[in-house]
Design a protein around this ligand. Structure first.
Ligand code: SF4
Ligand code: FES
Length: 371
């Protein structure tokens, strides 16, 4: 695509070098988590980039200055060429991080990934018992497999982070989830309160934490950080519906990271396709660098020129960048609006009311992703 000369001039100063690329290798996944942020319309296996195409993307990313490569999905272990892709990342000196449910990995495969140069593993947990975890993940036997995978990861000498997405149906297990991560030998746990993108939005009423749960989680994390100092690092994303200010989603739009979908579309964030006014280029048609620098979707919300009030004149605009564009789209119907999570948004009160309503609703059955 060709940017309008004026818009190129306006945005040129704001273009930075991206630090991280999230490669969504596939949307295939044996699990069916109801909080999955993958789009409702999943990419078919026959549309996925080939091994050579992915390696080409990694080469372009490295040339662009990317340092961290997150291999995600769906379940990245569903790709038969995972070891080959990891070896390519290692050749390019990209720090590779495998984000996995663990299902689809064997001890031999974990060893092969380590030998190929994998740097780090992020393993998701859904709960602290087979009953909770397998019900939430929609996959019987998943919990036991995760425990085994954590052992194989340790055996292969790879550092482990445990990912725990928290929501109304497992938040009461948070303390036990942190203890489990310690037991599994993780150096880090990411406790992230559910974000309502993709399938999670379909399950809003079943997943929305109550105000009491959200507050208790914050207190619990603070105490656990003290207790486990020097043992495990706890990263925490609190429930933003009960927050005062939004988080700096993606560290700023088109600023530090980019996503490539299984079929090669390049997105400024994983949920960007929920913004109907944006169009996305593919690595099958254009060089990655050109998409990053000149792509209309990347320039749409880069910097601060696009902001409306109250963000435009707010002292926090370079701290949180007005929050999440996808959340603004979902909740305000305008991707350039102030994220309604912010207390300064005129829609903040409505957002909190809706969240309280969802949190009080009968949980009902999950709508499992892809089923
Ligand atoms: Fe952030 Fe905008 Fe709220 Fe200011 S008004 S705190 S920039 S979201
Ligand atoms: Fe898209 Fe936050 S998820 S900007």
């Amino acid at each position: 695509m060709t940017a309008h000369p004026a818009s190129r001039e306006r945005t040129a100063a704001a273009v930075t070098v991206p630090m991280a690329l999230l490669a969504e290798l596939t949307h295939r996944c044996p699990l069916a988590c109801p909080y999955c942020s993958n789009p409702l319309e999943l990419t078919r296996a026959d549309e996925e980039l080939s091994t050579a195409e992915w390696i080409g993307v990694f080469e372009q990313a490295a040339a662009l200055g990317v340092l961290h490569l997150h291999l995600s999905g769906g379940e990245p272990a569903s790709r038969r060429d995972l070891v080959e892709l990891v070896a390519a990342a290692a050749r390019l000196s990209l720090y590779s991080n495998l984000i996995t449910s663990g299902v689809g990995l064997t001890e031999t495969r974990v060893k092969a990934l380590a030998d190929a140069g994998l740097d780090h593993v992020q393993l998701s947990i859904q709960g602290t018992s087979a009953e909770t975890a397998d019900r939430i993940g929609g996959y019987k036997g998943g919990y036991q497999r995760k425990l085994a995978v954590a052992g194989w990861v340790a055996g292969a000498g790879l550092p482990l982070t445990v990912n725990a997405v928290c929501h109304r149906q497992n938040m009461d297990e948070l303390e036990a989830m942190i203890a489990l991560a310690v037991e599994l030998g993780a150096r880090r746990i990411e406790v992230a309160t559910v974000q309502f993108h993709g399938w999670a939005d379909r399950n809003r009423a079943a997943l929305m934490p109550t105000r009491e749960q959200a507050a208790a989680a914050t207190v619990l994390v603070a105490a656990a950080r003290e207790r486990y100092k020097g043992v495990i690092v706890i990263d925490y994303v609190p429930a933003d519906h009960f927050a005062t200010y939004p988080k700096a989603c993606m560290g700023g739009w088109g600023k530090v990271g980019l996503n490539v979908t299984p079929s090669g579309k390049v997105l400024p964030c994983h949920a960007a396709e929920t913004i109907p006014s944006l169009t996305f280029e593919s690595v099958r048609d254009l060089p990655l660098e050109r998409i990053w620098r000149e792509g209309a979707a990347f320039n749409a919300f880069r910097g601060t020129d696009w902001m409306q009030e109250p963000c435009r004149s707010c002292e926090r605009r370079d701290i949180d960048f007005g929050g999440c564009r996808c959340q603004a789209m979902a909740l305000a119907g305008d991707p350039a609006a102030t994220d309604p999570v912010c207390v300064r948004s005129p829609l903040h009160g409505l957002l909190v009311e809706a969240a309280e309503r969802d949190a009080a609703a009968e949980a009902g059955a999950f709508v499992y992703r892809g089923r």
